[in-house]
Write a protein that binds this ligand. Structure first.
Ligand SMILES: Nc1ncnc2c1ncn2[C@@H]1O[C@H](COP(=O)(O)OP(=O)(O)O)[C@@H](O)[C@H]1O
Ligand SMILES: [Mg+2]
Length: 239
């Protein structure tokens, strides 16, 4: 047991109808860290994230979060334990207002105290969520919906926020907003695990980045490696 890590994953395997998508993946995230996961399409990044929160079936030697074995727990229990995932895509309830979407996030909180402060903080990170509080979420732009999805996850007061390709399909300005918010989230003490296609930016920002290719972790990169474009290229081409 490695109770000193916030999250410990060891020998994680995911298969769909007998075909392996994730093979023997192991990594860790410490409290307050920003950890990246990069790699080409189909590498198994989303499957890994979904397995962590119990949204796809997996086999693992260990998935330990905050000292607890979370293998086999329901997604609700895992959220309540403090692990929140913002999945790929703009996951908002389109017909509900921004305010209602945010309120749903707060239902996964372990305790109610601090909710007002957290809401204030989320509004300061993403001011449009206050401005458009009464608007149906479906009327927001893609970038605004991503801010809402992240804001909703933050209202669960997670110890680890997992983000799956938060910048996918966003305008350059919206991408900057999302990356800036990640710095603030981390500065507030929340650990972040981020899957991203923007390899250079992710490797530069993260304490450590894992490269996933064909379901396996092939490299672990540090911020210094962000300048090494040949290495990043190799990480993607897997040769
Ligand atoms: N629901 C699913 N059913 C069958 N195969 C899937 C499913 N989801 C993902 N896969 C396959 O698993 C592999 C890994 O996919 P994924 O985890 O989405 O990778 P990434 O997020 O790195 O692009 C791919 O070959 C993909 O086609
Ligand atoms: Mg994916």
């Amino acid at each position: 047991m490695s109770a000193d890590h916030l999250l410990t994953v060891s020998d994680l395997n995911v298969a769909y109808r007998g075909i392996s998508a994730v093979t023997g993946v192991g990594f860790h995230v410490d409290a307050g860290e920003l950890v990246g996961m990069i790699g080409p399409n189909g590498a198994g990044k989303s499957s890994t994230m979904l397995a962590l929160v119990g949204a796809v079936r997996s086999r693992a030697a260990a998935i330990e979060f905050a000292g607890q074995d979370i293998r086999g727990l329901s997604p609700e229990r895992i959220a309540r334990a403090g692990l929140a995932l913002v999945p790929e895509g703009h996951n908002v309830f389109s017909r509900l207002s921004v305010r209602e979407n945010l309120r749903l996030g707060s239902t996964a909180r372990a305790d109610r105290s601090g909710l007002e402060d957290d809401l204030e903080w989320v509004h300061s990170l993403f001011p449009i969520l206050r401005e458009f509080a009464d608007r149906p979420a479906g009327l927001l732009s893609g970038g605004q919906q991503q801010q809402l999805a992240i804001g909703r996850a933050l209202l669960a007061s997670p110890r680890l926020l997992a983000l799956d390709e938060p910048s996918l399909g966003l305008s350059p300005t919206a991408v900057d907003t999302v990356f800036a918010s990640i710095e603030s989230i981390r500065a507030r003490g929340t650990a972040v695990l981020i899957v991203e296609q923007r390899a250079q930016q992710t490797v530069a920002a993260a304490d450590r980045s894992y490269v996933l290719a064909e379901g396996r972790i092939t490299m672990t990169l540090t911020p210094d490696d962000a300048q090494d474009s040949a290495l990043l290229m190799k990480a993607y081409l897997g040769s």
